[in-house]
Design a protein around this ligand. Sequence first.
Ligand code: TXA
Ligand code: MG
Length: 315
Amino acid sequence: MSAKIIQAISILNEGGLVAFPTETVYGLGADASNQKALEKIFIAKERPFNHPLIVHIAKVEEMANWARDIPQVAYQLANLFWPGPLTLILKKQPHVLDIITADQETIGLRIPSHPLARALISEFGRGIAAPSANKFTHVSPTTAQAVYEELGDKVDMILDGGECEVGLESTIIDLSGDTPAILRPGMINRDALTAALGRQVSYQQQSIIPTPGMHHLHYAPLTQTHILSNSEIKDFIKNIDANVAIIACESDEKEGAAKLICLTKNPAHYAHYLYQTLRSLDNSGVNHILIEKVPETTEWEAIRDRINKAAAKRT
Ligand code: TXA
Ligand code: MG
């Protein structure tokens, strides 16, 4: 075991907070069975208590420690996609603390694939509750530096595992009811889940449960952000006297922009760079961030969801 992991485990055992890399985004971890430690997560993030936390586990067999009446489909998806960017919502075991589930009867579980996350969780030996390691409604961090900018010394340790490969939060699928429903789209998309389950899986836009992923300002930069077509972008820059940055997936020059960032037309690459690009533009002093519309296909669904949230108006 590395010295860093030993230190991280002792912090978790003492009820402290450890930020750690996952393949999706960095998580802000605490011992999932320690009430006081869990409270610190909400305080550090300034997150309201009615937003439940995902518990990160090391092995598929550990699902039963946290969930009950686990349907066969849960094992099917876990075996196919774990470790990986998929969170399963299941009926919770009675011992699970209410602070994790926000007083609901369900729990979110995931095995992340980043080697540091896997080492941390398996050596710790118990579940680690972890939301994304950002302030409530901010863009999720995909580097250790971004975690530091978000939380500073509110976190006892930041494990640096480089850039998160996926770059967007996990897909969340609710398996606690009669029909599986996607609550948050992610890079394991609807088509992949439909193929895995052999039945159509729907994306449930509206949930009765308040979840931060659904908060209209979640993932939002502070800079005014707009989603526009290529020609709307050109008009926007022509008609405004302000510093404008553009995130485009076409390299066609847009004269007059202070910054032009071209992300590729490959959704996996685009997702990988999206949050770090938003974060750096947000810190760059521009007055507007323009994001070029992305394709309407399923592969881009999670990206559309996040950029729509980034562009939601702050009122
Ligand atoms: O990729 C990820 O999922 C990252 C990494 C760190 O694992 N975590 C993450 O956590 O994005 P957070 O808390 O920022 O978002 C988790 C989402 C929230 O929208 C939360 O409300 C939802 O999962 N969630 C957790 N437990 C739930 C439950 N029992 N029922 C419905 N939604 C739940
Ligand atoms: Mg989050």
